[in-house]
Design a protein around this ligand. Structure first.
Ligand SMILES: NC(=O)c1ccc[n+]([C@@H]2O[C@H](COP(=O)([O-])OP(=O)(O)OC[C@H]3O[C@@H](n4cnc5c(N)ncnc54)[C@H](O)[C@@H]3O)[C@@H](O)[C@H]2O)c1
Length: 248
């Protein structure tokens, strides 16, 4: 089976690093046209330039997903450049507040994690789906997490934000399927990215538990594997798929 997403018009948030970077690479390899939204401009622009040198069609926009004006302006500009939007993959996110007790939890950490992970997902879907509704088709992937659906998060704010993203994807699935738009949330396990490594290092530094750190570190899976799953979910071959997708 050949999974052909060539010429698809794709917006990828969080594309400068980790899972998002691997998603950008696999879509680029397969000749999709890509708009990256991120705030890590150095790595995002470097990735864009490197892939464009070998014939890819990628443009980078500095978009802070928690800012309504930046999201609406970015989506309008990207839609014009792409000439439509077939796929939104929303991976922008942060994990802060790992292993901090509730009584000491800083309110500003709560606000920034909820702002980027949950409000950012809402704003991206809100602005992109208005174009997809007009086209009567589209695929939207949101980054939820076992941390918000199954439990066991290291951070009160992170687990809560990801539970919210899961809830948002359920509402979106319900409302947008009538318009030909397929919505999924993906729940990656523990993936070897800067975010996950920074969280397990913080937890190790707070708890002093080296053994647990080494055990988790050994079990991290490669982001390329998650990117391949996302690539498949976005294809027509996956059109019968519904709802949340869990991975290692
Ligand atoms: N790595 C894991 O184990 C894991 C597990 C479950 C879920 N996830 C989720 O997958 C997604 C990708 O995570 P990752 O591990 O690749 O992390 P990462 O830190 O490597 O990448 C996250 C990207 O989001 C960008 N970003 C952060 N704040 C932003 C903002 N305000 N606006 C726009 N972009 C912003 C960062 O600059 C970065 O490029 C996240 O939503 C994360 O919560 C990751």
């Amino acid at each position: 089976m050949k999974i052909d997403l060539s010429n698809k018009k794709v917006i990828i948030t969080g594309g400068s690093s980790g899972i998002g970077k691997e998603v950008v690479k696999i879509f680029a390899e397969n000749k999709a046209k890509i708009a990256i939204f991120d705030v890590n401009d150095t790595e995002g622009i470097e990735l864009t330039n490197e892939l464009n040198k070998s014939g890819s069609e990628i443009r980078y926009w500095h978009v802070d997903v928690r800012d309504s004006n930046q999201v609406s302006g970015g989506v309008i500009a990207a839609e014009q450049w792409l000439e439509g939007v077939d796929i939104l993959i929303n991976l922008a996110g942060i994990l802060s507040g790992a292993s901090i007790n509730l009584e000491d939890f800083p309110d500003e950490v709560w606000e920034s994690v909820i702002g980027i992970n949950l409000t950012g997902s809402y704003l991206m879907v809100k602005h992109v789906s208005s174009f997809m509704i007009k086209q009567k088709k589209g695929v939207i992937i949101l980054a939820s997490s076992g941390a918000g659906v199954l439990g066991g998060s290291s951070s009160y704010a992170y687990g809560s934000s990801k539970g919210g993203v899961h809830g948002l994807s359920l509402v979106m699935t319900d409302k947008l399927s009538n318009h030909g738009i397929r919505v999924h949330d993906i729940l990656p396990g523990s993936v070897d990215t800067p975010m996950k490594n920074s969280q397990i290092e913080t937890t190790r530094d707070i708890t002093g538990n080296q053994v647990e750190y080494k055990n988790i570190k050994k079990m991290l899976v490669e982001p390329e594997g998650i990117a391949k799953i996302i690539y498949f979910i976005c294809s027509d071959e996956a059109r019968l798929l519904k709802g949340s997708i869990r991975t290692e």
